[in-house]
Design a protein. Sequence first.
Length: 487
Amino acid sequence: MSSAAGEAAVLVRAGVYHDSVALMRVSRALSDLPGMDVALVAMATELNLAMARDLGFTPPPAGPADLLVALRGRDVAAAERELDRLLAALSSAPGSSSYGMAGAEGPAPRTTRSAAARAGEDAGVALVSVPGEHVLPEAVDAIEAGLDVMIFSDGVPVRQEVLLKRLAAERGVLVMGPDCGTAVIAGVGLGFANVLRPGPVGVVAASGTGAQQVTSLLDLAGAGVSHVLGVGGRDLSREVGGLSAVRALRLLDEDPATELIVLVSKPPDPEAARAVQEVVESLRTPVVPALTGRDDLTEAAERALRTLGAPVPVWPSWPAPARRSPKPGAVKGLYAGGTLCAEAAAIVAARPGAEPGAFVAAGPGAEPGARHGSGSGEFVDFGDDAYTRGRPHPMIDPALRLDALARVGPDEVALLDVVLGHGADPDPAASLAPAVARCPAAAVVVALVGTEGDPQGLHRQAAAFREAGASVFVSNAQAARYARDLR
């Protein structure tokens, strides 16, 4: 069919399943085709069907085991050909998440338990990335099969999280997540993961981007990492009580390659903190806390280095000349990482002489350009579930932040994070740096979180943002202080 805006097509491929992260990348690749206005490729869950209808499509009947494709643009036929090529590449890739994966003898397994049985002793970790309402049976299958499980999915009810973690404790395995975006196990990254040199530091993290900041700084300082065990952002809440954090701490304490543990989290619930502290005091391995709101993540990385007896370097930065002579006003934080956003917000709000309550963390629906007192700041976590429901994470898709950069006022400082590593945008500067150059802000500051081994190229990305007029820091805390002190 066609419209004034171009051609449009919506179709369903029955019984074709691919992982949601892989489909986010397919959607992004199709969206980048010349003349393509809308490209939605996702499993046909109720949420995604509703999003297709909101975009003006009329999807045929479908269920969550079917693939939904909605396209609108100048040449939909070309987009469909590219879609076929991308899906064929997914299906033939090693470890493909599609049911038609190549290289396996006989029909591909359709449950986690049957996949674990086929893998036998080679199976150690199950990665679950399905809509939140379907996580429970898959995760139970993995636990019952004796596997540690990483739950990438969000939208899992907290009561189910507690059930899964208690079951895992009975079976002697670890549940990472739900909403666990980052893990590194013996050098193998799962989800969003930086390329890290091996070394003596183990990390237990109730924050994905927090773990990425700490481990990237350690890597830049020459200190390697043994494992990063994400536990999900709610693990240290009152309801969950640190069940996975306790298990992860004990696992790292038993690991002969781990000489120091860093515990990364937002401020925990007091009862959960006491439970974790009791375990920490029983361990042979020293533990360095990295709790946003109490510590900044850069200081925690520096404490870890000192505990190891390693020197603390001068963290790389590339300040840019001021764009304008007038002193800028409010800081506008446009973040992809929730913990990085919270850390930067706390630093900006703690500016000496700032009025109490002058800072607001904006959420979905906040009025663009809202001001809240003199010296105010407005910070948005575009990685929050409210923004990512039905669309790619901002570490993959920059669309929301591109729009936000264009709306920053000429008297404001724009502060944003760019997170590198596997799973993230393969070249974030390609889209964000031109937007930085066009941004009307008085100044733009970038916290660039990554390592020299990351595929995007840390120094290449830094140079692109610096050439676009941004000041670039590998430390988010230093970036926030720099942005704050420009005012």
